[in-house]
Design a protein around this ligand. Structure first.
Ligand SMILES: [Zn+2]
Length: 682
């Protein structure tokens, strides 16, 4: 007998810390394995009881019972995946490799449970006569479709094969992410004072900190974290070092050895193509797009292709200017990819007579967090109160109570802002608990993870404009989770289609650059004075600067993602296919994809954005069009519009079709014009 886990009292499943958070201090890494096993078993038993119920299926005894089942599993999972991303170690990583396939097996068993599907199918066939409210009907339809897409109608052999494919994909996805993390962790370029020509102070101190963390106190490290790599390639006068950093950054996941992702990608693409075929779809993209707002690869190309053409034209004319600048600076070298950011920054300084680094002292992390909160208060009436001294998964994580306008508690917001070696790169939002009213109901507990460089003790953390935007972006996702007002857990918060989920986040970014917000919150770290008006105007004018480069690097990644997945089979050599496809698209060799295949985590570290990277741009069409609605009223905080935005977008989750939600907010469908204008492409 193994030692029994009591899910009713275990700190991973019964949350008894302050504010009903998990009591993180009582959770040991060794607890996850046994608690997962017990929680999986408990969930299985609940599912068996629902499937084996001899009474006629009802919404209550089948659909609601299914949605509410597995609470202990939800609890242990949410803590585990938080740790796996934000504060991992070798034990957690080993567990991840063990748990991913277990979870995948568990959920495919549920979706292939014939007795369970028969009960859902029975409800679905009677959906007209059941007289359901709109949200319940949508949840029933989504659930039914989910079963069908998971193979509920396959024969026994087909089901078995599908389960195997899903399991393999899941563990390949885990390896992919871990391989990238390993390459990012293992690579650093250590420099000395003499090598730092051109670098601004904030970058020097971030690099000093990074070197110290890696045991080289007194030196400076270029790492592959975006918040060091990008400014380094923007500011370093040393072309040789920029080239070294560029090659390391673009080769992540393709360095041979144990962390090489070449074969992982090949295997994943093959399995995905097979899965689509098995389920009766023409391609993996067709399968993945079936339940999105775009709905087909054709609709995706109708968006991306014209944008690509415009972006190439813009980038080509921008490059001519950069080459002129390089020649003037005395460079005899052929203009290369590691020159672009550097000369673009010089051109920006020339055209807009200020450099990016001048803005940084005005963008203090704590003030920009306040700005996020302040905008949410003005638009949606909610407020935030920090609770000090509450331990979360790491001492850097902060805890805030979210309050409604009447002072009642709405949920919790946790945020963990600084980079460290135990955190994977990037920025994201997730939930420890989602909000809904079904059954006992649940208040949302939402968190944001960032990777800002940690300042030396006693100094304020300063952000670049991009980092401040990222903060607003992830906070927009967090609002989607915190403002949710739905009945059913499965349509709560960000549980919407991928090409709709970036609307609340990308739209929120617009408020960062609203002059009234910057005037109030962008205060100089030393003088406390607001960002000067001319600097502000220059920054706003500069927003479309570099659009050619940014649109090409993004759209190239989106097009490669579609190219891999919109074909009925899989390329035998994906990296060669990547090169050939880029050639066919006339990709300039002076711009790299934003994410090359071997480290394209959105698409390969799991399934999240496979055949879905386009959706950031799709959402940008939506966000530009949505913000234009506020601009048209002349008031970025127009109360009537803010109320419609809250009701139909931030609070509605996936309770209705995205087209319907958007039209209810805007009064019409979006047009791409505002996006092209916003990007400066037309
Ligand atoms: Zn996002």
């Amino acid at each position: 007998m193994s030692s029994a886990v009591d899910l009713v009292v275990h700190p991973l499943t019964k949350w008894q810390g302050p504010l009903d958070l998990p009591d993180f201090a009582r959770i040991g890494d060794g607890d996850f394995g046994p608690v997962f096993d017990a929680a999986l078993k408990a969930h299985e038993a609940e599912i068996d009881a629902i499937a084996g119920n001899s009474e006629t299926p009802t919404i209550e005894n089948t659909l609601a019972a299914l949605e509410l089942a597995g609470e202990p599993l939800d609890h242990v999972s949410s803590i585990f995946w938080c740790r796996a991303g934000a504060h991992t170690n070798e034990d957690i990583q080993a567990l991840e490799r063990d748990i991913s396939p277990k979870m995948s097996r568990h959920f495919s068993a549920i979706s292939m449970n014939e007795k369970l599907f028969a009960r859902i199918d029975d409800l679905y066939q009677r959906r007209e006569v059941l007289k359901l409210d709109a949200e319940t009907l949508r949840v029933l339809e989504k659930t039914w479709k989910g079963f069908v897409r998971s193979g509920a109608r396959l024969d026994a052999d087909g089901k078995k094969r599908l389960a195997r494919i899903n399991e393999e994909l899941s563990s390949l996805g885990t390896s992919f992410g871990q391989n990238v993390l390993a390459d990012e962790r293992d690579w650093a370029l250590f420099l000395d004072e003499a090598d730092l020509s051109g670098l601004p102070d904030f970058l020097k101190s971030a690099m000093a900190q990074a070197a110290e963390m890696r045991g080289q106190k007194g030196r400076y490290a270029v790492t592959l974290s975006r918040s060091i790599y990008e400014p380094f390639s923007t500011f370093s006068e040393r072309r040789d070092l920029r080239e070294i950093a560029f090659r390391a950054f673009t080769m992540r996941g393709q360095n041979g050895g144990a962390s090489d992702n070449t074969s992982v990608v090949r295997d994943m693409l093959k399995l995905r193509a097979e899965k689509a075929k098995l389920l009766g779809y023409g391609s993996f993209a067709a399968l993945k797009l079936d339940d999105t707002m775009a709905k087909t690869p054709k609709a995706v190309h109708a968006l991306l292709d014209p944008v690509w053409e415009k972006a190439l034209e813009k980038a080509a004319s921008d490059q001519k200017e950069l080459e002129r600048l390089a020649a003037e600076a005395g460079s005899n070298e052929k203009f290369a990819a590691w020159d672009w950011r550097f000369y673009q920054e010089k051109l920006r300084a020339e055209k807009f007579a200020f450099d990016e680094a001048e803005l940084k002292p005005y963008l203090q992390l704590d003030r920009i967090i306040e700005a996020c909160f302040d905008v949410a208060t003005r638009l949606f009436g909610i407020s935030f109160e920090e609770k000090h001294g509450i331990a979360a998964w790491h001492p850097d994580a902060r805890v805030f109570v979210v309050k409604n306008a009447d002072g009642s508690e709405r949920g919790l917001f946790l945020a963990d802002y600084f980079a460290r070696p135990s955190k994977r790169s990037g920025a994201w939002m997730s939930a420890l608990k989602s909000g809904y009213t079904l059954g006992q109901g649940s208040q949302p507990v939402i968190y944001n993870i960032m990777n800002f460089a940690k300042p030396p003790a006693g100094e304020a953390a300063l952000l670049s404009v991009d980092e401040a935007k990222t903060l607003f972006h992830e906070f927009g996702h967090a609002l989607h989770g915190m403002l949710t007002e739905v009945t059913w857990p499965s349509v709560s918060g960000t549980s919407v289609s991928r090409d709709f989920v970036e609307l609340p986040s990308q739209l929120y970014e617009h408020w960062l650059t609203v002059p009234a917000v910057l005037e109030k919150h962008a205060l100089h770290v030393k003088t406390g004075k607001p960002m000067p008006k001319d600097l502000l105007d220059k920054m706003l004018a500069a927003r479309t600067f570099g659009a050619g480069f940014a649109t090409v690097e993004f759209t190239a990644s989106a097009l490669i993602d579609m190219a891999y997945h919109a074909r009925p089979d899989a390329p035998s050599e994906p990296l060669r296919f990547e090169t050939e496809t880029l050639d066919r698209l006339d990709m300039p060799d002076t711009i790299a994809m934003r994410h090359r295949t071997p480290h394209f985590g959105h698409v390969f570290a799991g399934d999240g954005y496979s055949a879905g990277y386009y959706s950031y741009m799709w959402s940008e069409v939506l966000d530009a069009d949505a913000f234009a609605a506020f601009e048209e009223t002349g008031d970025p905080f127009n109360p009537a519009l803010a109320e419609r935005l809250k009701q139909n977008i931030y609070a509605a989750g996936g309770s209705k079709d995205p087209e319907e939600l958007y039209t209810a907010f805007r009064g019409k469908m979006p047009s791409p014009e505002a996006m092209m204008v916003k990007r400066g492409l037309v």
